[in-house]
Design a protein around this ligand. Structure first.
Ligand code: NCD
Length: 324
């Protein structure tokens, strides 16, 4: 591959969402991520592939696993990685999103990893900078690297994604994880079910490619994967539920409801988890069924793959003469 030809496996400048990506592109990212899993288990984890490259993690919303995971991914590939969170930045002083973006852009980063509470904000930012942008979650719109790591987890456990039935359960309305997963799973040939109370399902979600269920046992019947979602109260304007106790009774994953799924069905959760609200703590910790920690582990490998490919697609600008 020459420096100015985009990587044919994923010939895009940014990763803003899963919608619109082809199965071969998703597959390529997963294949590359797969090659990093073993490296991440070694004592010596550092590579020099992205030496000299700069990655800025720009988080306008709190995050534990996504931010750490991107930071580790960048460092393990040898890049200089810095984290900026809203608390310590000028955003608190009233700077606009676009001013922040253009300011950071002037420092010549190679990749900006951005999380923002508003849907569409990351796409807007990407149109104003000349480096690669990765969407680390924008409002309730998309969270592409989460869907990719979920897909890698499924693929490594079950060997394939096509033909599987995946039940995505809980707060679909406010979930960018659900949207990215619905796109990815459909593209890869899985059948998707959205299982939630009527107040937590956006109208028209079926058009993205899923069947809607309001009863957990019906929604889970014979499914291969149960993907639980957190109740995202920080995005809720008004009251969607009578109480979290009531919610757990009808929609919380416990062994009783899980019995409707295929024997051995895998349990997933993007985290952070609210035990006793959307999932019973014992079920979440059941290592024979739950792959929640695998998801976290594989997240680093997926982010390494994304950083590698996008850095390759955004080669540094040719050396310019500095007149001084
Ligand atoms: C998710 C997110 O931020 O969208 N978490 C994550 O990235 N692992 C889900 C959530 O916050 O519930």
């Amino acid at each position: 591959m020459t420096e100015d030809v985009p990587d044919r496996r994923y010939p895009h400048r940014h990763l803003l969402g899963i919608a619109g990506l082809g199965a071969d592109e998703i597959e390529s990212l997963l294949d590359l991520a797969d090659t990093y899993v073993e490296l991440n288990r070694r004592t010596e984890k550092k590579q020099s592939l992205l030496r000299g490259r700069t990655i800025i993690n720009l988080f306008f919303e709190s995050s534990t696993r996504t931010r750490t995971s991107f930071e580790l991914a960048g460092k393990r590939l040898g890049a200089d990685t810095i984290n900026m969170s809203v608390d310590v930045s000028s955003i608190k002083k009233g700077e606009t999103l676009l001013d922040t973006a253009t300011t950071l852009n002037a420092m010549h980063p190679d990749v900006l990893v951005v999380r923002h509470p508003d849907s569409g904000a990351v796409m807007l930012l990407a149109s104003k900078v000349n480096c690669a942008v990765i969407n680390a979650g924008d409002g309730s719109h998309e969270h592409p690297t989460q869907a990719l790591l979920d897909a890698l987890t499924i693929r490594r456990r079950l060997g394939h994604i096509d033909g599987l039935t995946v039940a995505i359960c809980g707060d679909i309305m406010h979930s960018r994880v659900a949207r990215s997963n619905i796109h990815l799973l459909n593209t890869m040939g899985a059948r998707v079910r959205a299982v939630a109370p009527p107040t937590l399902v956006p109208t028209g979600i079926e058009r993205l490619g899923c069947e809607v269920f309001h009863d957990m046992r019906e929604g889970l019947r014979d499914c291969d994967i149960v993907m639980m979602l957190r109740l995202q109260s920080e995005r809720m304007r008004g009251s969607y539920l009578p109480s979290t106790r009531e919610y757990f009774r009808f929609y919380g994953l416990d062994y009783d409801k899980l019995a409707a799924a295929r024997p051995g069905a895998l349990i997933m959760h993007p985290g952070p988890m609210n035990r006793g609200v959307e999932i019973d703590g014992t079920v979440a910790d059941d290592i024979t069924r739950s792959v929640i920690l695998d998801q976290v582990e594989l997240g680093v490998a997926v982010r390494m793959a994304c950083l590698e490919i996008l850095s390759a697609n955004n080669p540094p600008a040719p050396e310019t003469e500095v007149a001084r």
